[in-house]
Ligand binder design. Structure first.
Ligand code: PLP
Length: 360
């Protein structure tokens, strides 16, 4: 039986069982206290481990998972090379609060060789600049220089990409996104290639209390049952919208690896639900947000409902002022296009930047 069928057929354990703390004959069992483990979490970790091909551990959020990796697996004062243009909160955490722990964060273009470091942090389909690393080459090069490699696989999910199969040591997810899939859970995951990393993370999670509660673990487990349907469908709609946006006169640039990135095409057959596109300036980007009807103006991504957000609001000059990030959900692609097209027209009623460029 194929993996997707097994996962779709399993049923999440009843949530109330997670509150039982069983001892057997006076000896505490594996789920004796929820901070260490609970039945729903163990089942979610089993399914995710199977999907990704390693030992999965749940955390309270993707950011909690990032913190656990830094504090449990790195040495104080370590240098971490983090892909430019990836999730801004990763650098915000490592170079912000964790700087007091001596971490040195170096940014680099993940399409090139990673710099010397203890840990290389890659993000295929980086959020929101959508770059894609040559995983096999970068991982081999990092290992040759003695670094470990973590891949933030939030955007693609293990349905589309399994980084451990390319030699990554660790995979991180904000499972808040496509894994749980419904914008109603906050949860994170680290999947480890090596048991000793999993043990170190498990011990840190138990003592620090940053694990996932049963309820979001249950929501994620339920979401995983439909991942094999959602990931390809959301990717197909994202590709279609990326193509149409590329031809839209008010759009200066579309960022989506599915539009001909030869490196990405060597690793994945579909390119995930997330894309970014640039309009002329910040004012127009905010006007597009406000002009939407169907697509929600919201910050999360990967869920069944499409969301869009002007990212300069949060990321400042890390991104172009007119950059809009669109996460494509399960709505009919024609409805999504009608909504985008109308919002773009309202935001730039008389603009035709491409026409202007062409005549220049
Ligand atoms: N990694 C990526 C790529 C993300 O997009 C996010 C959140 O947006 C995170 C990590 C952090 O996850 P969380 O919001 O679950 O803490």
């Amino acid at each position: 039986m194929r993996r997707e069928t097994r996962i779709a057929h399993g049923s999440p354990p009843p949530l109330e069982r997670a509150t039982i703390h069983p001892y057997a004959d006076g000896v505490p069992g594996p789920v004796y206290y929820q901070r260490d483990a609970h039945p729903v979490g163990l089942e979610a970790e089993r399914v995710l481990g199977e999907l990704e091909g390693g030992s999965a551990l749940l955390f309270g959020s993707g950011s909690a998972a990032t913190m656990a990796v830094a504090l449990a697996l790195l040495t104080p004062g370590a240098t971490v090379a983090v892909a430019d243009g990836g999730y801004f909160g990763t650098v915000g955490l490592l170079a912000g609060p964790l700087r007091r722990w001596g971490l040195q964060v170096v940014g680099f273009d993940q399409r090139a060789t990673p710099p010397l470091s203890e840990l290389v942090w890659l993000e295929p389909c980086s959020n929101p600049l959508m770059t894609f690393p040559d995983l096999d080459v970068s991982i081999a090069e990092a290992h040759r220089r003695g670094a470990r490699v973590i891949v933030d696989n939030t955007v693609l999910s293990p349905y589309l990409l399994r980084p451990l199969e390319h030699g990554a040591d660790l995979v991180l997810h904000s499972a808040t996104k496509i894994l749980a899939g419904h914008h109603d859970a906050l949860i994170g995951v680290v999947t480890c290639a090596r048991d000793e990393d999993a043990e170190a993370l498990r011990a840190f999670r138990g003592t620090s209390g940053i694990g996932a509660a049963p309820d979001p673990a249950w929501l994620m487990l339920r979401g995983l049952r439909t991942l094999a349907l959602r990931a390809p469908r959301q990717s197909a709609s994202a590709l279609e919208l990326a193509r149409r946006l590329s031809d839209h006169p008010a759009v200066l640039r579309v960022r989506y690896p599915g539009l001909g990135d030869p490196v990405a095409a060597r690793y994945v057959e579909a390119f995930g639900p997330l894309l970014s596109f640039d309009v002329a300036d910040a004012a127009r980007a905010l006007a597009v947000e406000r002009g939407l009807g169907l697509i929600e103006n919201a910050t999360s991504l990967g869920g069944v409902a499409s969301t869009l957000e002007a990212r300069a609001r949060w990321e400042g000059d890390r991104v172009p002022p007119g950059l809009l990030r669109l996460s494509v959900g399960l709505e009919d692609v024609e409805d999504l296009w009608a909504d985008l097209d109308a919002a773009l027209a309202r935001a730039s009623p008389r603009d035709d930047h491409k026409a202007a460029d062409r005549s220049a």
